[in-house]
Structures are given as C-alpha cells and as structure tokens.
Design a protein around this ligand. Structure first.
Ligand SMILES: [Zn+2]
Ligand SMILES: [Zn+2]
Length: 255
C-alpha cells in the first residue's frame, strides 16, 4: 500500500507525509512539532514510520518547524548545500544531511526521493518526486514556471500535490503591492491555477489517480474558482483542495 496526506499547505506552513506499510518521509517542515503532532493524530498517521524530512527551499513556510520536528522524531533533515547555508543558524537542525540534486536518495528499502531543480526565488530551490514501492508521488509547489524538468517529473506521477497558487484575475485586481504581484506571477514565483490545469491536461501520466491542489493562496484564489476549473476532471481523478490550517485526507491506496 501507499499512503499520503497534506498536514499543512500554503503560506502559513507546508508539510506533506508520504509512506508505505513500513516507512515514510516528510517533505518540508513549515509547522511546529506541536501542530504537526495534533494534525498527525487527527489524520491517524503513524509518525514512528518517518525516516527523514526533505526541505525544498529556505522560505519560512517550509522550514519554521524543522528543528523541533527533526529533534522530536529523531530524523535527519535533507537539504541542498546552498539551502542549508541560506538558513539562519538558529533554524538549522542538528541532524542534517545534504543531497546533491543529481542523485536520488534512498531513505528506506522502498522509498526513494528524487529532487529536481525548480524556478523559484530562493537560494537553491528543489521539488521532489518520491518513489514509493512502484509509484511516484510528486510534491510540486512553489514553482514559477513548469520547465521541461518539472514536466518530466510531473508526467511520472500517480499522485501529485500540485500547486494551484493563484487566479490571475484575482491577483491582478487584488490588494497586493505591484512588486509582489509581479513576483508571484514571475518565472520565479508561483504556479497559477491555469498553469496547473495545463500540466494536468497535457502531461499527465496515464495512471494518475490523485491530485491534491496545494499551496492555495488565501488572498489571490478561491475554492469556488478552483472547483470550477477542476470540474471537467472530476470523473477521472480523485481531487482534493489541501486545507491551510488542518490536515487533509489521509489516503491509503493499493499499489
Ligand atoms: Zn517559497
Ligand atoms: Zn511556500
């Protein structure tokens, strides 16, 4: 079996759980361990299976709880070297390891993490696809533009946590200052709803079954807009909108 769950998603914190019968891995640690434990309990997640935590980039919403989660669960945190160096000293966990971005990292016999470089305004940002048993699960958020590497990774995914950050009209007409609007919309910002829909429409793996819309902006997006956009896909995929302040569904599916 493979299992997965969003424990936090969006600018207030990100943390995604992915595992199988015996082992699991976390992607990002943007919430405190206390919050993490509350939500893991609600979602009925077995935290004793977690073997490692991977960090996508040093932005606060992805690293705020690294130290406490790593310490309490006695797990190493993996960074790229430049991401580790970009982190302030007091946020650095004691138990850390580096990935080079070229080679995958095997964290358990049937869990292998493949980092891939992405476009985002951080020191050395990566996203990940995680091979669990024989399936790939993608965690594809905080991406300004879906380049060929991203498309390639996405097109392997049976399950994907896919960023649907903003609706273009809402962003343009919203209250954010102009520089921030430009940053979000730029190649080093975030994926819009339509960017994500294009990926799904044009580059999905034939076995894609679950899409969790992730890192949804509170200011520049709305659930009703996303629901309208995904309606044509509702028969084909199981689709969830990841909550910002709670655990999402804990999925347990057959291999
Ligand atoms: Zn970011
Ligand atoms: Zn983020």
């Amino acid at each position: 079996m493979i299992e997965f769950c969003s424990l936090a998603s969006g600018s207030n914190g990100n943390c995604y759980y992915i595992g199988n019968e015996t082992d699991a891995v976390l992607i990002d640690g943007g919430i405190s361990n206390r919050r993490f434990m509350e939500r893991a309990e609600t979602a009925q997640i077995d935290t004793t299976k977690i073997r490692a935590l991977f960090v996508s980039h040093e932005h606060y919403d992805h690293v705020a709880g690294l130290k406490s989660i790593s310490h309490r669960h006695n797990i190493p945190v993996y960074f790229s070297a430049a991401t580790y160096n970009a982190l302030s000293r007091r946020k650095r966990p004691q138990d850390y390891k580096l990935f080079d971005g070229v080679n995958s990292v095997k964290v358990a016999s049937n869990i292998e993490v493949f980092p891939f470089k992405k476009h985002h305004d951080a020191a050395d940002p990566y996203s990940f696809i995680v091979k669990v048993n024989d399936s790939y699960i993608g965690i594809i958020t905080d991406i300004g533009v879906a380049d060929s590497v991203c498309v390639d990774s996405f097109s392997k995914c049976r399950v994907v946590f896919l960023e649907m950050n903003y609706d273009y009209e809402m962003l343009q007409n919203g209250s954010y200052p102009q520089y921030l609007k430009e940053r979000i919309h730029s190649e080093n910002g975030h994926l819009s709803n339509t960017d994500a829909i294009n990926l799904i429409q044009n580059h999905s793996f034939s076995g894609l079954s679950h899409i969790i819309a992730s890192h949804i902006s509170a200011e520049n997006n709305s659930h009703s807009i996303i629901e309208k956009l995904i309606e044509p896909f509702a028969n084909r995929y199981c689709i969830e909108l990841a909550p910002r302040f709670a655990a999402g569904n804990h999925y347990v599916i057959d291999d």
